[in-house]
Design a protein. Structure first.
Length: 393
């Protein structure tokens, strides 16, 4: 969106303000190409930041009030003081930026001032493309710049994850915040979540495009089931650690898992969860190699295998995601498809030949509507850069 349009939107809410000192920041959404539910198990993930995301317009006030406004949640603004930053369920979406203010204040000991804050995003809410992490990172980036703290971006990523874990109460890994903070246009990131070592991999998709398929089902169970899956993985890890010197499930390869899986005898669910984690970590490394070698056909097959594992072993898909991914896999021009994100709704992704995209969307859309009674949404997405300031000082 053009700067003039954003400033006009800001002025609609803060009518009497001088517009000369407004600063504008942006954070992308992200899509994880492969490596699902791996980040909290110490393995490899392969996300890319998107060109869609969250814009934040900010202006300092002369008092101590923080006024949070978003056109994505019209009709309600939230006003808090810089001294009153505690979590309040009634504060809805504003808890995400408010939590970042709270963590930033503790981390830096800066004296916060009041601000007018206008958020506008074009990430579909509840889609699993990390609108919440995008809000966190755009807020953290803004505070770092406005208060001239010069905090390393990886530290901002960690701060945003801490907000999600301890303030919001979702026990997530670091992938979402890392991909959003550190993203690079026309690249994906191969990230070792145990060490935070990473590399940029050119996302050379040749004649294909990434198509995001939104179930338009709100992810009602995502947070609670996410925490449940993490707990199950921790239990499986503890059992393996009675024999193996490992720190994370992803310290095992499939051979080591197969040799020691008898340790989980009598714990069928834990066996399933651990098998997904170990096999998905192997698939992720294999997928990066395939992409670097230009083997998109093999890359697509690994996406299909990832979805099957998420459905059968990790059990985080559901009829909506299964219908989208499995229908997509059967269409002409589709190299592979799988759910992406936490699951239980949200989105799936597909790698589709550009010349087939129109017929692909039409066919998958009809079948999905007939099966679920819901209209899916489709987005042909481009990669984007990480969190940054767009306009201001």
């Amino acid at each position: 969106m053009h700067v003039k349009e954003l400033i006009a939107k800001f002025q609609n809410y803060f009518l009497e303000q001088n517009l000369s000192d407004i600063r504008i920041f942006f954070s992308p959404g992200r899509v994880n190409l492969i490596g699902e539910h791996i980040d909290y198990n110490g393995g490899y993930v392969f996300p890319a930041s998107l060109s869609i995301g969250t814009y934040l317009l900010v202006q300092k006030r002369t008092d101590n009030k923080l006024i949070f406004v978003s056109e994505n949640f019209p009709g309600k603004s939230y006003e808090r003081s810089v001294e009153n930053l505690y979590f309040n369920e009634a504060d809805g979406w504003s808890n995400y930026p408010k939590g970042v203010f709270d963590a930033f204040k503790t981390f830096t000991n800066v004296e916060l001032t009041g601000m007018n804050l206008y958020f506008w995003g074009n990430i579909p809410n509840g889609s699993g493309l990390s609108s919440s992490a995008s809000i966190e990172l755009v807020t953290a980036t803004m505070l770092n710049e406005v208060y001239e703290q010069h905090i390393d971006k990886v530290e901002l990523v960690k701060l945003a994850q801490k907000v999600e874990n301890h303030y919001i109460g979702v026990n997530c890994g670091i992938m979402d915040q890392f991909a959003i903070g550190m993203g690079k246009k026309e690249c994906a990131i191969i990230l070792d979540c145990a060490s935070l070592e990473f590399d940029y991999v050119p996302l050379e998709l040749k004649t294909t495009k990434i198509v995001i398929m939104n179930t338009n089902k709100k992810r009602m169970l995502a947070d609670s089931k996410y925490n449940e899956r993490r707990s199950e993985c921790e239990k499986a890890l503890a059992i393996f650690q009675t024999k193996l010197d490992i720190q994370n499930l992803c310290d095992m390869n499939l051979d080591l898992f197969d040799i020691n899986v008898s340790l989980l005898e009598g714990h069928d669910v834990l066996t399933q969860r651990a098998r997904h984690v170990v096999s998905e970590n192997e698939r992720t490394k294999e997928a990066v190699s395939a992409l670097r070698n230009g083997d998109l056909e093999h890359f697509g097959k690994l996406l299909n295998a990832s979805h099957k594992s998420l459905k059968e072993d990790y059990e985080v898909t559901g009829v909506e995601l299964d219908t989208l991914a499995e229908t997509a896999q059967l269409q002409a021009g589709c190299l592979g498809a799988r759910m992406t994100g936490a699951g239980f709704g949200g989105c799936a992704l597909a790698i589709v030949e550009e010349v087939e995209i129109e017929s692909f969307i039409a066919a998958v859309g009809v079948i999905y509507k007939n099966k679920t009674g819901v209209e899916a949404s489709f987005y042909v997405v481009e990669t984007g850069s990480g969190s940054t300031e767009l306009f201001g000082r």
